[in-house]
Design a protein around this ligand. Structure first.
Ligand SMILES: [Zn+2]
Length: 323
């Protein structure tokens, strides 16, 4: 992986084109064939990849066009999971909560087809996001294993198989999405072991994305995790977490969330430059990756694009200033 100073990246998701959502819905009710839906996926991936390239993103992903949610997408492809139906999570929002009903076993490729296709349509850097075993189990019902950690470790072995094959296919940057980790600081050792198992023997740059949690409950202990980078959200809490990471010597690379994805306001370039510079209070610039707080899928696509474009312009200017 080529490493320029302050590389820009996205966390993973990008807004799905409205027409893709319509095709997915129509396909579900039989109005659209598998072939047409498949074409819609590849068309939409080309669209969002082009948008990221136009915005100036250095290391991109396919925007998770084929993924519905970050747990059920993987549960659908791993033996031992069953999805009963929608579970209400907050307000009128529902999600397809998986249940573990049998021994967890590797069945299908999880991210490899997405990665291989992306490689054929872009010459930019590629980061492959995959949900971590800790988070998948934490967000699922466990009806099979007597202890939660058994399920997590078994799933970590499944993920390890996938990551090994992914690296053999050419992937050099993997991001494990594990937002559930700070919600149970008492299980940090289990989370750490799960990353150890999932990344065992993996010869690629790895990051762990953790967002919207109380970082003070897991830091500095997470520095013991087997990863090259942590990717955190900072903008949403107005960078107050910078203080958390300044308390101890931060030893990894950092993915520095400098765009608030929970607001439709488009941050201007000057403001984002200031945001990026906050990262240098934690680590030296060569260890900083510039990205939004989290996936941008819930934003209208024009706003997501405008935010990312300003972020890349800001990174360009800061890069020139510190060189
Ligand atoms: Zn996130």
């Amino acid at each position: 992986m080529t490493k320029k100073l302050l590389p820009t990246t996205i966390v993973g998701s990008y807004p799905k084109p409205k027409w893709l959502n319509k095709m997915i819905k129509d396909h579900k009710y039989g109005g659209v064939s598998d072939k047409v839906l498949e074409q819609s996926y590849t068309d939409s991936i080309k669209t969002v990849v082009k948008e990221q390239e136009l915005a100036g993103i250095d290391i991109l992903w396919d925007g998770e066009m084929r993924r519905d949610e970050m747990t059920s997408y993987f549960a659908d492809h791993i033996d031992g999971f069953k999805i009963y139906g929608d579970v209400r999570v907050w307000g009128n929002n529902y999600y397809r909560k998986p249940a573990i009903v049998d021994k967890l076993k590797y069945r299908d490729e999880l991210t490899i087809p997405e990665y291989k296709y992306l490689k054929t349509i872009t010459s930019k850097g590629i980061k492959v996001p995959i949900t971590g075993p800790y988070t998948i189990v934490d967000w699922s019902f466990n009806e099979f294993y007597s202890k939660k950690d058994e399920a997590i470790y078994e799933l970590a072995e499944v993920i390890n198989k996938e990551l090994k094959a992914l690296v053999r296919a050419g992937a050099d940057y993997i991001q494990i999405d594990d937002p559930a980790i700070p919600t149970h600081p008492e299980e940090l050792e289990i989370a750490k072991n799960s990353i150890e198992i999932a990344t065992r023997g993996i010869k690629a740059y790895t990051g762990i994305h953790i967002c919207y949690g109380d970082y003070s409950k897991i830091y500095p202990d997470i520095l013991e995790f087997n990863t090259d980078q942590f990717d955190f959200e900072f903008a949403n809490k107005n960078f107050c977490d910078v203080e958390v990471f300044k308390k101890y010597d931060y030893t990894k690379d950092i993915g520095f969330g400098c765009l608030d994805v929970h607001t439709r306001r488009v941050e201007n370039v000057e403001e984002i430059k200031k945001n990026i510079r906050r990262a240098f209070e934690i680590v030296e610039p060569k260890k900083v990756y510039v990205d939004p707080d989290c996936g941008v899928k819930l934003l209208p696509s024009d706003i997501a694009f405008a935010k990312l474009k300003n972020m890349c312009l800001a990174a360009d200017e800061v890069r020139d200033e510190i060189r």
